[in-house]
Design a protein around this ligand. Structure first.
Ligand code: 13P
Length: 257
């Protein structure tokens, strides 16, 4: 059975006091109903990806709980004269289990190319982090019928460099750009079709990896639509933006998993 995840992506949001209050509530809510507390059930996991500057705070506050944490991005470089960057290894020192790479906001706003995403992916793996690799098409690309071409280009940037075996231990996230922060969620059927396609393509590399790789959906997931999305056979949880900043919403999504 592959593992299921609900992971928050705080993006450029937070503050010391607000984080502390939010983490307290999440820690408590997840602690009470955590899969982990039920006789060795490791089949699902809750986490938050926070701005790197807050990793020390999050590590301190979540260390004894059931919620994992990760970074939202890492440098494509391992070390050196790269002002402003944070390396994968640095985030790993703060207990991160994973880091997002290739989020559409990084690709669109900060110019992360497929090649840069592949370098970040490699650095994450070298540091012992699970990459949460985001793929997804824009509205124009979907209307033009190019969804599969786009997400395969994004996936191939990884498999061309690391082989199919490079997807071992990875979390994949399908995040249609048109559904991010828009309130417009892909229907469960629309998302499931893309997830099933991704899994079928990955099975051409490796059947076992395809069976085990968690594929999360991201894009306007709320507690009101999480249950129907998570009921789809190839949707293994969600990557949550806006709703991860509101404890009650985020916990509602977690309980829908
Ligand atoms: P929203 O949930 O705010 O649409 O964001 C999704 C996302 O980008 C998660 O990485």
């Amino acid at each position: 059975m592959r593992k299921r995840f609900v992971i928050g992506n705080w993006k450029l949001n937070g503050g010391l006091a607000a984080n502390a209050a939010l983490l307290d509530k999440i820690n408590l809510g997840v602690g009470i109903n955590a899969g982990k507390t039920e006789a060795g059930d490791q089949s699902k996991s809750c986490g938050v990806c926070v701005p790197s500057i807050y990793l020390a705070q999050v590590q301190h506050q979540l260390a004894d709980g059931f919620v994992d944490w990760g970074a939202q991005d890492v440098s494509r470089f391992a070390a050196g004269a790269y002002t402003g960057e944070v390396s994968a290894k640095m985030t790993a020192e703060f207990g991160c289990r994973y880091t997002i790479v290739g989020h559409s906001e990084r690709r669109a706003v900060f110019g992360d190319s497929d090649a840069a995403v592949a370098e970040k992916f490699g650095n994450a793996k070298n540091a012992g982090l699970a990459p949460i690799l985001c793929v997804g098409e824009t509205l124009e690309e979907r209307i033009a019928g190019r969804t599969e071409i786009i997400i395969m280009r994004q996936l191939r940037a990884i498999t061309d460099k690391f082989g199919g075996a490079g997807l071992d231990g990875v979390i994949l996230a399908y995040e249609p750009v048109w559904a991010i922060g828009t309130g417009k969620t892909a229907t469960p059927a629309e998302a499931e079709a893309v997830h099933a396609f991704l899994r079928a393509e990955i099975s051409k590399f490796d059947l076992e990896i395809a069976a085990n790789i968690p594929i999360l959906y991201g894009g306007s997931v709320k507690k009101s639509n999480a249950t129907e999305l998570f009921a789809m056979p190839n949707i293994d949880g969600g990557l949550i933006g806006g709703a991860s900043l509101v404890a009650e919403e985020f916990l509602g999504i977690w309980h829908a998993l």
